[in-house]
Design a protein around this ligand. Structure first.
Ligand code: 5GP
Length: 115
């Protein structure tokens, strides 16, 4: 855990967020600045900076159920026809919160925007 990390604070319950799903390994909550309705972040409880960080492989393996369950919840609740998954590693790639996370973006049929 990193004391200064907002996603560590949210997953530990020290900061608030609108949770969609949680289990022992990960949380899913609505993005504070959504790109579209239902924009959700799936975030491991363990603090790993990005895909290149030590422990990233094990961490990603542990959040498979959270990714699948959150995708299923978004599909059902928002009647999404598809879901895009975006993930940034490093500032040059657009990462702004340096705690590994996946963006899940619900997509209606005919939606041609990438994000
Ligand atoms: P990145 O740019 O690192 O791929 O994505 C970080 C995301 O976290 C952004 O979409 C941003 O809106 C979201 N975010 C940043 N701070 C907070 C926060 O305090 N609460 C929530 N729910 N989302 C946040």
């Amino acid at each position: 855990m990193s004391e200064s990390c907002i996603f560590c604070a949210i997953t530990a319950g020290r900061a608030s967020a609108r949770f969609v799903y949680e289990d022992d390994d990960a949380c899913a909550f609505l993005d504070i600045n959504p790109l579209r309705t239902g924009h959700t972040l799936v975030v491991p409880r363990r603090h790993v900076r990005d895909l290149t960080d030590e422990g990233a492989a094990e961490t990603i393996a542990s959040i498979g159920p959270a990714l699948q369950n959150t995708a299923r919840l978004l599909s059902t609740r928002l009647d999404a026809d598809g879901i895009s998954v975006l993930q940034a590693n490093g500032a040059a790639a657009g990462q702004t919160v340096f705690h590994l996370h996946f963006h899940l973006l619900p997509r209606p049929t005919g939606d041609s925007q990438l994000t």
